[in-house]
Design a protein. Structure first.
Length: 304
């Protein structure tokens, strides 16, 4: 039977609309390496930045293994990469090691100082010239990287999800008790993911055929599970992007057919406290990577 819009879809035609699904093994490996023991007294501020503690929520937003997967799959040597919502050095380090040029949006000096210290502690001197930090927010990247407007091959973003706020603490829960510079950056910039401002900026700096990779994780927020991916995809399509692929990035080690999920001391304490009304501890087993493409000529598009 034909519908008013043409023949009814067959199972074969419906299958063609399903997006390909890929699984990457990306165990968390991003660490905060200590400063080199040879640091001289005149470099003490840099050493303090290198030893700064960054919270787990931001430390593992994107690790170097996941960054290498994304960069290798979507770009070629010498391509330009831009990172939005920068919270660690993983993407910049991976890009430099893979012979790409990388620009990161880092609007606040404490965060830039921390990331700079980590880069100098992990990258050879000759690689440092491949990475730069620009003092702009994610929604202003078309201004911060205006010298590369329309020539960027890949934009990577791990938009922050605000912490659940209680009636007692209110919005202060967004700050880190240990002085995490990424949390401070979130608070000062109000970097809750705003697709209507960020996505058009990413579209403008990408070359035709360039890619946007958005990394998200579903989380419990105010008593409910929040998965930002569907709304991000909807807004990205409205901004002109084409949804290309969904990748499952497994964040824990795999041994044979077993996922090696480890509980933190806090999680173990929650499991033992039968009187607690808190939600059960959540293990971050995977992240979702939404790969989107700016339509156009893809002949220059790296490996994709």
């Amino acid at each position: 039977m034909n519908s008013i819009n043409g023949p009814a879809p067959t199972p074969a035609t419906r299958a063609r609309h399903l997006l390909p699904l890929t699984v990457w093994l990306c165990p968390d490996d991003t660490t905060s390496p200590p400063a080199r023991p040879t640091v001289q007294p005149r470099q003490t501020p840099d050493r303090r930045a290198a030893l700064t503690k960054i919270c787990d929520r931001h430390r593992t937003s994107i690790n170097t293994t996941l960054a290498r997967h994304i960069i290798s799959a979507t770009t070629g040597e010498g391509d330009v990469i831009t990172e939005a919502f920068t919270t660690n050095h993983a993407i910049l380090s991976a890009a430099a090691q893979l012979d790409r040029r990388a620009l990161a949006c880092v609007p606040h000096p404490p965060m830039a100082q921390y990331i700079g210290a980590q880069l100098r502690a992990t990258l050879p001197q000759e690689f440092l010239g491949r990475v730069q930090m620009r003092p702009c927010r994610a929604d202003q990247m078309h201004r911060g990287v205006a010298d590369h407007l329309g020539r960027v091959s890949l934009v990577i973003a791990a938009p922050p999800i605000p912490r659940a706020a209680s009636a007692r603490t209110g919005p202060r829960t967004a700050s880190a008790p240990g002085g995490c510079p990424a949390c401070l950056s979130d608070v000062l910039a109000n970097t809750a993911f705003q697709t209507r401002s960020f996505l058009p900026a990413a579209y403008r700096i990408l070359r035709p055929g360039g890619h946007l990779a958005v990394v998200t994780t579903a989380r419990h927020l105010n008593g409910r599970l929040v998965d930002p991916a569907p709304e991000i995809i909807r807004q990205a399509r409205a901004a002109g992007f084409r949804y290309s692929q969904h990748v499952i990035a497994v964040r824990v080690p795999v041994e044979g057919d077993t996922l090696l999920v480890q509980a933190s001391p806090v999680s173990i304490g929650q499991l033992r406290d039968v009187r607690s009304r808190a939600l059960p501890p959540a293990a971050r087993v995977h992240a979702d990577v939404c790969l989107l493409t700016r339509p156009g000529d893809t002949s220059r598009g790296g490996n994709r």
